[in-house]
Design a protein around this ligand. Structure first.
Ligand code: SF4
Ligand code: SF4
Length: 446
């Protein structure tokens, strides 16, 4: 049974630009810039230096703790190890590779037969997933092996997220249409690790082709169901999706495992399949390059490290972009330097024209309450905005600002044009800056 979460909106989907476009391989660039920070957690430390040769799939960065390695998507030579711009707006340590276009594979890559995979233990599978650099590919970029290991014994419901409710983006839709067998095989690895016999694949009702493709691959004996949900933004947000499928509410500040759920993106399931069966780490991903001024919207299989400039050149645009976003128009991050490169969490590059400019000088709240009706987290955006303007950190805490998922529903509905989400991001940063440093961990007992 499907539940409907509170609030939400129905923005123009604009998926027609790219939804009929088959995934095309993107021509490999001559130079790739691979950031050492592509996941939530500790950044990788480079394992190569200028002048080193690299091969496809070779590990070029890794670290301890909450971390997954990064790998070379092409073979060639390391041209530099230096700070480069990143989609987050920061500059981060990156490995610059000059592509020799020979595609020489790393000798360490180990493809496995289904019989060999069957014999692997959950621990061995999680290690392969870690070494394959797999993270949540819907944008969260949380290391997948950590989500799996922390879910063992706690999770009773697995959900594959194919909601993809952001306007313009169809990358998950295409992965399900074109690689349904890989998505299901990756999901079966997840089921084996979590020791569960059932799983849900959640799709919005605007993806009939993906539904058909998945159903044609699912053996009824696998215990996998395809659940169709009415399209509503932000259905793909983890907490809203869990409620829609199970009726369970993740508590404030809690994780999905607190209510027995684990959510995996469809692209992540394919990446798990690729790492476990093909022995190929996460070195390329599907990116929807679309927007209202794009001449030829495309879904591209892009080597990680490809620059946004190269993607813009590939699709063309009819006027100077007003905004180029990493992601979609609701939750994407506007880029000021198009030398940034595609990383594991970039599912789309959205290029918008000047007609999307919406700016109100000195906006004033008219207390219409529309933002509260739209907020899927039951928050009070107008009060949060006022508290942020006053820099009232106690009030921001009391209003549960940290529960805000930055979905943008409030700003979308606000008739006064108040930049609510920007204000909440600033407020969250202030709260984090004001938080006392975490106490040092107690020394381990010998
Ligand atoms: S951005 Fe935050 S406050 Fe606004 S609707 Fe989304 S969750 Fe609610
Ligand atoms: S939607 Fe905008 S104008 Fe209406 S109450 Fe919320 S902040 Fe104020």
């Amino acid at each position: 049974m499907a539940f409907s979460f509170f609030g939400g909106i129905h923005p123009k989907e604009n998926k027609f630009y790219a939804e009929g476009q088959r995934v095309q391989p993107f021509p490999e660039p001559d130079v790739l810039v691979i950031p050492m920070q592509q996941h939530i957690g500790a950044p990788c430390k480079p394992l190569v230096k200028k002048g080193d040769p690299v091969t496809v799939g070779q590990k070029i960065g890794d670290n301890q703790g909450l971390c997954v390695p990064v790998h070379a998507p092409v073979s060639g030579t390391v041209k530099a190890v230096e700070m480069r711009p990143h989609t987050s707006g920061m500059t981060v340590m990156s490995v610059v590779i000059e592509n020799d276009h020979l595609d020489t594979p790393c000798p360490d890559l180990t493809p496995r037969t289904p019989e060999e995979v069957d014999k692997l233990s959950p621990e061995e599978l999680m290690n392969i997933i870690r070494e394959g650099g797999v993270v949540g590919m819907g944008g969260a970029t949380f290391p997948t092996h950590v989500k799996l290991s922390s879910g063992i014994g706690k999770v009773d419901t697995i959900i594959v997220n194919v909601s993809e409710c952001e306007p313009y983006i169809v990358a998950d839709d295409r992965v399900c249409q074109e690689y349904p067998g890989d998505v299901i095989s990756g999901l079966q690895v997840v089921m084996k690790i979590l020791n569960l016999n059932t799983a849900h694949i959640a799709l919005e009702d605007n993806k009939p082709e993906a539904k058909r493709a998945l159903l044609s691959e699912i053996d009824p004996k696998t215990g996998i169901s395809v659940d169709i949900l009415p399209a509503k933004y932000p259905q793909g947000a983890e907490k809203q999706l869990i409620y829609a499928i199970t009726g369970r509410e993740v508590p404030s500040g809690g994780l999905p495992a607190a209510v027995g759920c684990a959510v995996f993106n469809a692209g992540t399931c394919k990446a798990i399949h690729d790492a476990v069966y093909d022995g190929m780490p996460l070195v390329r991903r599907i990116v929807t390059v679309s927007g209202d001024i794009v001449m030829q919207p495309m879904n591209l299989m892009v080597p990680l490290g490809t620059s946004f400039n190269d993607l813009l050149d590939a699709v063309g645009h009819s006027q100077n972009p007003y905004k180029v976003l990493s992601g979609g128009p609701m939750m994407g991050v506007a880029q000021f330097d198009l030398n940034v490169t595609v990383t594991k969490g970039v599912n789309a590059v959205t290029i918008l024209g000047a007609q999307n400019r919406f700016y109100v000088a000195n906006p004033h709240c008219i207390r219409c309450g529309k933002c509260m009706d739209a907020c899927p987290m039951h928050l009070m955006p107008l009060m949060m905005y006022q508290a942020e303007r006053k820099n009232d950190l106690e009030e921001l805490k009391a209003l549960n600002l940290l529960d805000c998922i930055e979905c943008g529903c409030c700003a979308y509905t606000c008739p006064a044009g108040i930049p609510l989400v920007q204000s909440f991001r600033t407020g969250k940063q202030r709260l984090r800056d004001a938080a006392p440093p975490r106490p040092a961990p107690a020394p381990a007992k010998s």
